[in-house]
Design a protein around this ligand. Structure first.
Ligand code: ZN
Length: 269
């Protein structure tokens, strides 16, 4: 079922969520609203060092606005060998009119493609919002996968009713395998968050499943700061105790699923 005969596949995904998050809400990045700036100034590089020490690849989802305001940081992510996916322009957390949504999808696509040197193949919705426009535009831009939905615990194929080539949906678990609810809602200490993530991994591994973690390298609601970054590292240490695990980027996982469509569920959109 998984690459290299692995029992369980693991994807580490990092949503950049820098200044774009506040800018999209019309907030100046000052004082309490400066937590997004931490991503570009500290958090991303802390996590690049962590991932290098661990020797594993990750997928970074980057809003176009953050790529435009911190291009050197995005270049460093690419230089380190990680995948770049698109994540809105100003981290739009609201539903937009169809033409404006399309304009922003194209804008971010162009910014990231110009900066990275190759077009992103994956997209994740900022704040989880999608409309009937989203996949149509993404498909026309050549995207191969979306990682926004919450409706399944395995990747699956997105077939288009008009017969265009399918995309792959790589769902994410926004609650227990995402840092924001723990640090922004329940205010859980990082040691307990790490224990929760390990418990999720153990169950998924036992069931030959797919483990996808999402975190944010920012201050405030994210994991950019030292002890919270250490919780990520502790989780990876735990996962690596299992020798039958494959660490993959989402682009690699997408390729894997597209190569054996008969093994995965299909949904027509
Ligand atoms: Zn985000």
């Amino acid at each position: 079922m998984w690459p290299n005969g692995a029992r369980c596949v693991v994807a580490i995904t990092v949503d950049f969520d820098g200044r774009s998050n506040e800018a999209g809400k019309g907030l100046a990045p000052l004082g309490i609203h400066a937590a997004g700036r931490y991503s570009a100034r500290r958090g991303v590089h802390r996590h690049l060092r962590l991932l290098e020490r661990q020797g594993i690849p990750a997928t970074f989802f980057v809003p176009g606005y953050d790529a435009r305001t911190a291009p050197e940081v995005v270049r460093d992510i690419v230089q380190a060998g990680h995948e770049i996916g698109a994540h809105g322009y100003k981290h739009e957390g609201m539903l937009l009119p169809s033409d404006e949504e399309e304009r922003r999808l194209i804008l971010s696509h162009q910014i990231l493609g110009d900066l990275v040197g190759s077009a992103p193949v994956g997209w994740r919705s900022p704040s989880g919002q999608k409309t009937s426009t989203t996949l149509r535009v993404l498909r026309s831009l050549g995207y191969l996968y979306d990682s926004s939905d919450k409706d399944f615990d395995m990747p699956y194929l997105l077939n288009f009713s008009d017969g265009r080539d399918p995309m792959v949906e790589i769902p994410n678990n926004t609650l227990s395998l995402n840092d924001t609810p723990w640090y922004n809602v329940s205010m859980t200490p990082s040691s307990e968050v790490e224990a929760q993530w390990k418990a999720e991994f153990d169950e998924i591994h036992a069931n030959r499943g797919f483990f996808l973690l999402t975190y944010h390298p920012r201050a405030g609601f994210g994991s950019g700061t030292p002890a919270r970054a250490a919780a990520i590292s502790g989780l990876i240490d735990h996962i690596k105790l299992h020798r039958d695990v494959a660490f993959v980027t989402l682009a690699q996982l997408c390729d894997w699923v597209r190569g054996r469509p008969e093994e995965y569920e299909e949904v027509t959109v």
